[in-house]
Design a protein around this ligand. Structure first.
Ligand code: COA
Length: 180
C-alpha cells in the first residue's frame, strides 16, 4: 500500500521480507538515542532480525519504505500472544490473556520522519493485517513511558485505552486496543 507522508514523499507500507533484513538492520542501527530510549523490543543486529522473522508463526515485521531512496523509514513488530514477563502485571488489571487471539506490538519511525503521519499509516496497515489473521487484542510491548507524549497521543489517536501504570526506569502505562 502506498501513502503520502506530510513531507510530500511517497511511502510503501509492507510486511518485511527476507531480502529487506539488511535494510531493516541499517535502519535500526541508525536510530538516534532519543528513539532507542523509547523503542527496543529486541537487539538491532542482522542475526536477531533473521532469527525472529524465520519464526513466522510468532513474529511479524512491517516496514515503511521511502519510495525515492528505497530506505526503511518506519518499522513495527508484532508478536503473537503476550510477553511472558509482562503477564502477571497484565493479569493484575483483570485481563484474561489468550495466546491465540492476543498480540503484542511495538512501533518506531525514523527520527527525521516522525510526526509526518507515517506512524499512523503503518499502524492502520498493521491493524488490517491483524484483523485478517483473526487477532482480537493488541497489547503494547512493555507499555509506553508516561513521558513519551508523542507515543501516548499516537496510541490514544489509534483507539488504545490505558489499563494501568507501572514503574520500570520511570513511569509507564500499559495500554490495549480491542480489535473488532
Ligand atoms: C510514536 C511514533 C511511532 C508515532 O509515529 P509518528 O509517525 O511520529 O506519528 P504520526 O505523525 O503518525 O502522528 C500520530 C499521532 O501521534 C501524535 N503526535 C505526533 N507527533 C506529535 C508531537 N510532536 N507531539 C505530540 N503528539 C504527536 C498525534 O496524536 C498524531 O495524530 P494527529 O497527527 O492526527 O494529531 C514515533 O513518533 C516514534 O517512533 N517515536 C519514537 C519511538 C517510540 O516512542 N516508540 C513507541 C514506544 S512505546
Amino acid at each position: 500500500m502506498i501513502v503520502q507522508a506530510k513531507n510530500g514523499r511517497q511511502v510503501l507500507l509492507k510486511p518485511v521480507q527476507s531480502n529487506e533484513y539488511d535494510k531493516l538492520t541499517y535502519y535500526l542501527q541508525h536510530l538516534q538515542p532519543e528513539t532507542t530510549r523509547r523503542f527496543g523490543p529486541h537487539s538491532f543486529d542482522r542475526e536477531t532480525i533473521g532469527g525472529l522473522f524465520k519464526n513466522t508463526e510468532t513474529y511479524m515485521g512491517y516496514i515503511a519504505l521511502d519510495m525515492d531512496s528505497d530506505e526503511v523509514v518506519a518499522y513495527s513488530i508484532v508478536k503473537k500472544g503476550f510477553l511472558e514477563h509482562d503477564s502477571l502485571r497484565l493479569r493484575s488489571y483483570g485481563l484474561t490473556l489468550d495466546a491465540k487471539t492476543d498480540c503484542t506490538f511495538a512501533p518506531s519511525v525514523a527520527d527525521a520522519w516522525q510526526s509526518l503521519g507515517v506512524g499512523n499509516s503503518l499502524f492502520q496497515f498493521v491493524l488490517s493485517d491483524l484483523q485478517t489473521l483473526g487477532l482480537k487484542r493488541i497489547i503494547l510491548w512493555g507499555g509506553v513511558q508516561c513521558s513519551n507524549t508523542r507515543a501516548v497521543n499516537y496510541y490514544i489517536k489509534n483507539g488504545f485505552t490505558t489499563l494501568g501504570q507501572f514503574e520500570y526506569n520511570g513511569d509507564n502505562y500499559d495500554m490495549v486496543l480491542n480489535v473488532g
